[in-house]
Write a protein that binds this ligand. Sequence first.
Ligand SMILES: *Cc1c(COP(=O)(O)O)cnc(C)c1O
Length: 427
Amino acid sequence: MSNRSKSLFDAALAVMPGGVNSPVRAFNNLRDNPIYFAKGDGPYLFDVDGKRYIDYVGSWGPAIAGHSNPEVVSAVRNQLDSGLSFGAPTEIETVLAEKIIKLVPSAEKLRMTSSGTEAAMSAIRLARGYTNRELIIKFEGCYHGHGDSLLVKAGSGAMTMGVPDSAGVPKDLANKTITLTYNDIPSAINTFKKLGKNIAAVIVEPIAGNMGCIPPVPEFLETLRELTSANKALLIFDEVMTGFRVGLGGAQKLFKITPDLTVLGKIIGGGLPVGAIAGKAQIIDFFAPVGPVYQAGTLSGNPLAMASGLATIELVSQKDFHKKLELSTAKLSRGLESLAQKKGVDLCVNHVCGMFGIFFSDQKMICNLEDVKNCDEKKFKSFFNIMLENGINLAPSRFEAGFVSSAHGEDELAATLRAAELAFSML
Ligand SMILES: *Cc1c(COP(=O)(O)O)cnc(C)c1O
C-alpha cells in the first residue's frame, strides 16, 4: 500500500510525538503507519499516492455534508477575501449563534471557543462557578476532550473516586471527578444519595460516541435529569459529536430532555476549529465579562470558522437531511450485520441517525465500556486492515464511532458492503 505515507510518517516521527498531533491518528496497534491524505471530495478521500477511499471518519464528524462541500468551501472563500481574524467581534458570530439557539432546545445563549475540549473544560468551570460546588460526575468511556477534570476514567465498579487516566493530572483534581458506568441507573441514584448536595454537574454524552456508538438505555437520561434537578446540580450534555449529527436539535431533541448546558463542536465548525458552550441565559451569563467565571480565546468566533460552520448548519437544515442520513446509515449497519451473520462472524452494529459503531461481539446489546472492551480486538484489527486495503477508510480504533455523510450514495454503500463481505469471509 501507500509508500509515500510511510516516508511522510517517518519524517513526522522525528519532529512530533508519535508522528502525530492527536494520538488516534497514529493507527497504534493496527498498522505500522497511518495513511496520509492529500484531498477530500464528497464521500471520498485520496491518499498521497492517489488511491481513493470511501471515508467513514469525516474528520471525526464535521464533514457531514461530504468533504470539500462546494457551499462550505465557497462560504469560507468569500470570508477569506475580507480577512482571517480581527480579534474583535464580527457580525457572523451572532448569525451562527442565533442559528444554533434556534435549533438546539437548551440553548438560550452561547459562548464560542476553538475546540470541543475548550468548550467542555469551560462548561465544567462554569458549572462549578455557578453552583459553588466542586464534584463532577462523568461516565466511563465518555470523552469530553482532554481538560484535566475530564481525563478521568477510573477503575470499574459502581462508584470509584477518580484515579487520573493520564499522567500529569493532579490527584487532588481527579478526586473531584466521580466516574460511573454508562447506562447504570442505580449507581447514579446511589451516588446522588450520598453526595448529591456537593455535585456541581453531571456531564454525559447523551449518545456515547467515543466507545463506538452506544445509545442510552430507556430512563438513563431521564434519571440524570431528575437527579440533577432535585439536587440543584447542572446537567451537561456533551453534544460535540451528536449535535446536528443525530438530528437538527441534537440528542436532546431526539430524547426530549433539556440539559442546563450543552457542549458543541465538530459540525458547528464545518471542518474548521470551533466549539461552544450553550445553555440557559442565566447560567451562560456567569461567564466574563458579565459574570465571575473567566473564559476567553484569541481565535474564539474566528470569522473563517464561523463561515464554515454557518454554511454547514444551513446544509444540514435542509428538508429531510437527517432522514436521508438515517436511511443510509441504517442500510449500512443492517447490511453489515446480515453479511456478518451469513459468514458466521459475531457482529453487533449500533447506529443512531448518521453515526454507527461496529462491535465484534456475540452480545445482542452493547451498553457500556466494559462491553466494548470485551469485543474481539483481533477481528477488528483484521477487518479494519482488509477494509483499508479495499479502499474503505474506517476509524482507526475500535473505540471510535463511524460517520456517514449526505454525500454517501447507493454506490458507495454498496461498494462498502462488498468490501465488508470479502473481509468477513477472511476473518
Ligand atoms: C471530539 C469530542 C470532544 C473534543 O472536541 P475537540 O474539538 O477534539 O477538542 C469532546 N466531546 C466529545 C463528545 C467529542 O466527540
